[in-house]
Design a protein around this ligand. Structure first.
Ligand code: WTA
Length: 641
């Protein structure tokens, strides 16, 4: 065994999981034989419909697909009411702990009452079906309550990650023309409050559509409340009625918008709808994390990202699971904080990102060793390819060598898992997401759309939780995803297949970076840089990073009259962090006299990446000025930071 390279080792499903798993091997045959029948059965089993749908899939206007046509439902009803009215009434829906140790338990019955009240409060502020509501929130139960309250009254929400800057928040609010913003005074980061409301105030200086701002008192830091606009969450709740009739929504009514980075400077508002999203998120969680009645499930993702939407809020609650939420840093007060909580709450299913695993790995095994993690049955990974070393570390030290790792490949756009093992069925190899989920048709193809061992990841047929469009820009939806490979969906990732037929996702092949599992467009960083008066031109690439996966590396041409200096490097880094958010802060800024461009003027980022990662420079024959690369390489070698 020892001579076998890590990525070739095979780990078979543990017998106990295989025996009792929700999904057995025959699920693949079923889905293959009757793909739409498979989804039909799950839509019937997993969703409570107010009115049954008439057709599973309408593909007459591709790529604008419709699922569960004319079905009527409400997502908050599915996540809360049906459990609050069942034996799960007193079951914990949300277990929450804050960084400073505040603990909250909300049973399904309690969550039901909170969601109803806040839905009434929102309606009282004038929010109606179809109105957009922006959320800029910490990982607190009120965030979940607010999301569910929006869905109850049919108002699509748009969450903006709390780590984003005021400008990023402003642009997203303005793009979707939100009427109300929900935020909090602050949240604790390493013991000190982070001023969320202050950021929101800055954003709201220039958001003409915002009429009201609801503020949750969370960190007790000083905030300004603007007369007539700002209202306290607790005041609204004290006055709100206890029952709010759930809005009857169509399968294809918009559920939420979530902005994500693309290949231009402008983030894309990914639109998800109601029926298909609720079906696929539940089916995937049920089978991949093998959800059982007594689970304590913990997904560490922030609710501001798609993983938080689908697998902290919607799927676990719709399935009636107990979901654990933590708001805070992973090393406060010490580096065993996560394992301390996993032990205290008896976590059975744990889902996190490779960048976090690599951080834990760097800290050493002494921290998980301090705690009893034996309740953990299944582990998960998402956000970027997991390197085999991190996989093994996770498997041995967190899973105790007995918990299979579900490496789940999916995207903001896909809404739910697409390529993933099944815990009771799939032999695992460290570093591969293995097979498409049953009922999902994913392939690896070459430029000519033919199946290939190495190439591009595509989805060959529509799936229930797929994005439906880009908010306000259907042309961009078509161009971005449905042009390059004909009628197949292009994910933007490269992939290869191994001899077992497993899919290995190798990373983005477009101009999107993946920094600590967060998507960032090179164009977003470049446009932040060229805003600075000193900068004439900038090219940004991702550079391999031990912990973050990729770091932001910028090549900058200064305007005449300006000189590069350590101070200027600092200033540019700070500007990007302020403009987009701390996650976008560059690790490297290199001043150069030119950039490698093709004769048609396109920057060849591939060559810059070669320099940043210390490789021999690739083919330069298509460059307008082949000599440019020597100069840039020399500048990189002598960089000052
Ligand atoms: C990457 C996160 C390899 C990929 C759910 C994708 C992964 C992008 C994996 C989507 C994985 C996510 N293996 N790569 N298991 N999971 N990715 O929209 O490049 O934030 O296109 O959604 O993350 O990032 P997003």
């Amino acid at each position: 065994m020892e001579n076998v390279a890590l990525e070739n080792r095979v780990f078979y499903p543990p017998a106990d999981i295989a025996e009792s798993a929700n999904a057995k091997a025959d699920i693949y045959e079923w889905a293959k034989k009757d793909r739409l029948g498979f989804w039909d059965a799950h839509a019937k089993e997993l969703v409570t419909w107010f009115k049954p749908y008439e057709k599973v899939l309408d593909d007459s206007n591709a790529p604008f697909f419709k699922w569960f046509v004319n079905g009527k439902l409400n997502v908050s009803y599915n996540c809360v009411d049906r459990h609050a009215k069942s034996h799960r009434r007193n079951k914990a829906a949300i277990l929450y702990e804050s960084e400073i140790g505040k603990k909250v338990v909300l049973t399904y019955g309690m969550l039901y009452r909170e969601v109803n009240k806040f839905a009434n409060a929102l309606a009282g502020l004038g929010v109606k079906k179809g109105d957009r509501v922006a959320l800029y929130m910490p990982m607190i139960p009120e965030a979940t309550i607010a999301m569910l309250a929006c869905t109850r009254i049919g108002a699509p929400h748009s969450l903006v990650f709390g780590g984003f800057s005021p400008e990023a928040l402003r642009d997203r609010i303005n793009d979707c023309q939100a009427k109300v913003l929900i935020t909090a005074d602050g949240n604790f980061r390493r013991g000190t409050p982070f001023p969320l409301k202050q950021n929101a105030d800055k954003a709201m200086e220039d958001t003409p559509t915002i009429e009201k701002c609801v503020v949750v008192k969370n960190a007790e830091n000083e905030v300004n409340m603007k007369e007539g606009r700002d209202v306290w969450y607790h005041d609204l709740m004290a006055a709100a009625g206890s029952y709010c009739e759930p809005e009857v929504m169509d399968s294809e009514d918009m559920l939420f918008i979530l902005y994500t980075s693309g290949t231009t400077g402008k983030p894309k508002g990914v639109v998800h709808t109601t029926g298909g999203y609720l079906v696929q998120t539940q089916a995937t969680l049920k089978y991949v994390f093998d959800i059982k009645e007594d689970d304590v499930y913990w997904c560490t993702a922030d609710i501001g990202w798609i993983t938080g939407h689908s697998y902290v809020v919607y799927a676990p609650l719709a399935l009636g699971t107990t979901t654990f939420m933590y708001d805070g840093t992973i090393d406060y007060p010490d580096k065993d904080r996560m394992w301390d909580m996993a032990e205290r709450y008896g976590v059975t299913k744990f889902y996190t990102a490779p960048t976090a695993i690599r951080t834990f790995m760097k800290w050493g095994t002494e921290y998980p060793k301090k705690h009893d993690l034996s309740a953990i049955k299944i582990l998960g990974s998402v956000g970027e390819p997991i390197n085999p070393e991190a996989w093994m570390w996770y498997y041995e030290n967190i899973g105790g060598g007995k918990a299979p790792i579900m490496d789940t490949w999916w995207q903001t756009e896909t809404g739910a898992f697409m390529v993933t093992p099944l815990p009771g069925v799939t032999p695992l190899k460290p570093g591969t997401a293995t097979n498409p989920f049953p009922g999902i048709e994913v392939d690896v193809v070459d430029e000519n759309k033919n199946p290939a061992d190495v190439g591009y990841l595509v989805v060959k047929s529509p799936w229930p939780s797929m994005l439906r469009t880009i908010y306000g820009d259907p042309d961009r939806y078509v161009d971005q995803y449905w042009k390059r490979f004909g009628d197949m969906y292009f994910a933007g990732d490269g992939a290869r297949r191994d001899e077992m037929g497993y899919i290995w996702v190798t990373g983005r092949v477009d101009d999107v970076l993946n920094v600590s599992g967060h998507r960032l467009g090179t164009a977003e960083v470049e446009s932040a840089l060229v805003e600075c008066e000193e900068v004439a031109e900038a090219a940004v690439v991702g550079k391999k990073h031990e912990v973050k996966g990729e770091s932001v590396c910028c090549f900058v041409i200064l305007k005449d009259g300006f000189e590069g200096s350590p101070e200027l490097i600092d200033k540019l880094k700070k500007h990007v962090a302020v403009k987009i958010g701390p996650i976008a802060r560059p690790d490297d800024v290199i001043f150069t006299g030119s950039l490698p461009k093709t004769r048609s003027g396109k920057i060849m980022r591939r060559l810059l990446r070669d320099i940043a990662e210390g490789r021999a420079i690739g083919d330069v024959t298509t460059l307008a000025d082949p000599g440019a690369m020597q100069e840039i390489a020399a500048k990189y070698a002598g960089k000052e930071d």
